[in-house]
Design a protein around this ligand. Sequence first.
Ligand code: HSE
Length: 394
Amino acid sequence: MNNILNIGIFGYGTVGEGLAHVLKNSEGIKSQIKKVCVRTKNKERNGIPQSIITYNADDILKNKDIDLVAELIDDDNEAYRIVKQALINKKNVVSANKKMLAQHLQELIKLQKKHEVSLIYEASSCGSIPIIRNLEEYYDNDLIQSLSGIMNGSSNYILSKIFNENTEYSKALKDAQKLGFAETDPSSDVEGYDTLYKLIILTVHAFGVFIKSDEVFNTGISNLKAYDIKIAKQKGFKIRLIGQSTKLDDSKINLHVCPKFVDSKDQSYNVEDHYNGISINGKFYDNQFMYGKGAGAHPTGSAVLSDISALEYNYKYEYKKLNLNSNLEHSNNLRLHIYISFTNFDQIKNFNFIEINEQFKSSEHNYIIGKINLTELIKHKHIIEKEKLFIATI
Ligand code: HSE
């Protein structure tokens, strides 16, 4: 490898520009941006000279001077094609595209091995928190029992603004977009898909299994109503959107994404704004918690920078867990304690609760707090979506 790492960047949106800025301010990194490939012509781009901009992917993918491809676009299909071709062309790749990785990681890991290059993606999950590198290096044993937490900065920002400043949901969402936290299609943030993709990636490193996104229950904060906030506040809770991956026994694992009512003893209670927080529970060390900025140009750009720096010494993920836990299967047979709100009882008449602990009925609002199996929620997911029911675990 050359003394200086020559980088080709795909995409110059929030993360690309953030990377250019942090790279400029990191004297220790022996890297330079050679080319930046973008889609939209005639757009002003700060922080890079016009001369390195190209609209032709081959100017990077086939460029012999470029050692490293940073894939920072938001179109997952295009990102997949770029990453695949870059690996085949023997270039190391840094990617931030969680949806693409969650869908294609298994194949891409094989490709990077075959072509003896490295694909790393710290920036894909939880912004600036070095969670993947820690799972790889420190938690490289089979002691982890569960991994859970706030993995989406936008929805956490929205929840903070609503709870702490009484901001309207739509205004908080618009602000999250303006600040560069939200995805181009923010439904991915607020409906829990972004969290789901990150959870799938982290599960590969924490437990050594590839779980398909359509096997995992996810619901987000888009159905949250002022009434739910009032109830949560009355009970001394805050609401957080949590992704959770739990080993149920030696052969079963469950992943789900759902808002959660958290009290002040919960570590995520004090995680506000666009911060993320991840709890790792292990057999002999109980609980450990990682906290940091989960979205935005500079936090995510810093994670990309850290990967670039790691590639200066040929860092590769080893995926040790893939061999350790290969017999783990996904199961949704899990009892959950939930809060569910609805406007009339007909909406939930087919939901089979194991027990009902609290029930509130009025002409406008109703809720139930009770225990239900996750398989029931999956069975009625179409109703949850159609009727816009808000669910939170407790
Ligand atoms: N939209 C994402 C979030 C960006 O809000 O967390 C960082 O992955």
